[in-house]
Design a protein around this ligand. Structure first.
Ligand code: SF4
Length: 252
């Protein structure tokens, strides 16, 4: 099978992709890029939806997770649940042992409580660097970003060419224009297995300690790193993986 090359993605094609419905876009990615496309997910709701969409069209497709070694048990359960239901093997990218050792020896395991810079350092070692390794194997990165998740994400496009690790890749956010109700509707109607933390008040899930359940009235990402940006918007609550959001601008 001859797949497309990233150099063949024109501005016209990007406009066409942006007009596609979510499932159509997921299918297009695997049809046209095969193993050079993958869904990158932390097994939040949108990731589960995209995996289900892909499984409706393909027996085999790539899905990866960054395992920070600090994930909730419910997230590991979601990985095994998806593998069982869809007959797939989720690829796992973990932190580089040397970088992790250096970081914890210098600053301890809980450096993220100290200040924003150390939280970003920890996220960089545990999330961003492994994610970058995953992206080095791809031309098309399919992610679950949605515009309603925060101000930082409000302009995310469904499709855009972006730069990751000095290479051009196509970043797809098929559910960019979905809201929470639509995501839940899909999950319930199609009986999609989902991360049980969502039944326990969580609305955004990352590592244990750094993600917590919401209280009534809080924004979707308010449970992240509660000890920073207290009382301010969720807009600065990013781990660094999505700093090159299509139209997303800087995370600062
Ligand atoms: Fe470290 Fe917390 Fe970021 Fe996880 S979410 S990588 S524990 S700072």
């Amino acid at each position: 099978m001859k797949y497309m090359k990233i150099s063949g993605i024109t501005g016209e094609k990007i406009a066409e992709l942006n007009a596609m419905e979510a499932e159509e876009l997921v299918k297009w990615a695997f049809d046209n890029f095969g193993e050079r496309a993958a869904i990158g997910t932390s097994f939040q709701l949108t990731g589960s939806v995209m995996v289900d969409m892909a499984a409706r069209h393909f027996n085999k497709f790539r899905v990866f997770i960054v395992d920070t070694l600090r994930l909730h048990p419910e997230t590991y359960d979601s990985v095994s649940g998806a593998e069982k239901k869809y007959g797939i093997k989720v690829e796992i990218y973990g932190p580089d042992k040397g970088l992790l050792k250096d970081m914890t020896e210098r600053f301890g395991e809980y450096l993220f409580f100290t200040d924003k810079a150390k939280q970003e350092y920890c996220c960089n070692v545990r999330k961003v660097e492994p994610n970058r390794r995953a992206l080095a194997t791809l031309d098309v990165w399919i992610t679950g970003l949605r515009r309603d998740q925060s101000g930082y994400r409000k302009d995310v496009e469904k499709a855009a060419l972006t730069e990751e690790g000095g290479r051009r890749i196509l970043k797809l956010c098929p559910l960019a224009d979905w809201d929470t109700d639509r995501v839940w509707k899909y999950i319930r109607e199609k009986n999609v297995p989902y991360n049980r933390l969502f039944d326990k008040g969580y609305d955004s899930i990352g590592c244990i300690i750094c993600s917590t359940p919401l209280v009534k009235g809080e924004g979707p990402r308010s449970g992240r790193w509660r000890w920073f940006n207290r009382g301010s918007s969720d807009d600065k609550k990013e781990c660094g993986i999505h700093t090159t959001n299509p139209k997303g601008g800087s995370k600062k």
